[in-house]
Write a protein that binds this ligand. Sequence first.
Ligand SMILES: [Fe+2]
Ligand SMILES: [Fe+2]
Length: 319
Amino acid sequence: MNQVVARSVIRRLINSQKSPMSTFRSHDDIAIANRQRPGIIGGGARVLGTRMMSAAGENEAAKENKVSVTSYWGVARPKVKREDGSDWPWNCFMPWETYQADVSIDLNKHHKPKGFLDKMAYKTVKLLRLPTDILFKRRYGCRAMMLETVAAVPGMVGGMLLHLKSLRKFQHSGGWIKALLEEAENERMHLMTMVELVQPKWHERLLVLAVQGVFFNAFFVLYILSPKLAHRIVGYLEEEAIHSYTEYLKDIDRGLIENVPAPAISIDYWRLPQDAKLRDVILVIRADEAHHRDVNHFASDIHFEGKELRDAPAPLGYH
Ligand SMILES: [Fe+2]
Ligand SMILES: [Fe+2]
């Protein structure tokens, strides 16, 4: 067993050392490979909606940057532009995946706990809030960053389990797989934004590791046993997130937290103005949380009515 592990580690080390030479190809290599693909390369630039592909342009830009890039069978990465014509800098999301958050969404909506499961969900969330209150107090930047590492888990777990169910039962999901995975991705973008503002310390990274290990497995089991309880818990967690971001905004308005310029990633992702500030970012993140609250309480309600999620169309297209 130990030999197998050791062999695997050595193989990984060897492969990782090999990769710059074996998989990373020079731009000249890409150009040669491109010349061997008539129709893609010879034709120069072609425009597909907002996408612009230009092998020559790619190579020129690459030569300028002098950075090695991988190639996908010799096909240069499509060149994507912003509306103002500047290069699109992100690979993690594209312009057609961006959106403007609905900041007019009702922030005060609250699902009153009705039965036993509702009360259990509500109490669980209130209990979970205690350690974060003690640990972070009013350090809302740090608090938000740490909580977003947890917030992106339920959507992924729910989406994954529904995906597997769809495969097992040869059934459609009613859009719920997509809706829950969208939520997970949206939460991850909150994290990618927050981490631009607050750099996690080593002990916070360690805490995230431990919390993720516990929370992922706990939520996975809970979702299998009782999706209605799982979604209700997430609904209440989102209510808490709205509260936390409201407090964050209050501290910005009081001048306790500096209203720094918005991170570049947030300006592109939420289509914010170029001079957007941290306050604008928190406003759109809070609106996202309100949307997640409604999605999850809705999902739980469907289960409480004795139906399956696929019986009600998923709220897609909100962002
Ligand atoms: Fe979030
Ligand atoms: Fe959320």
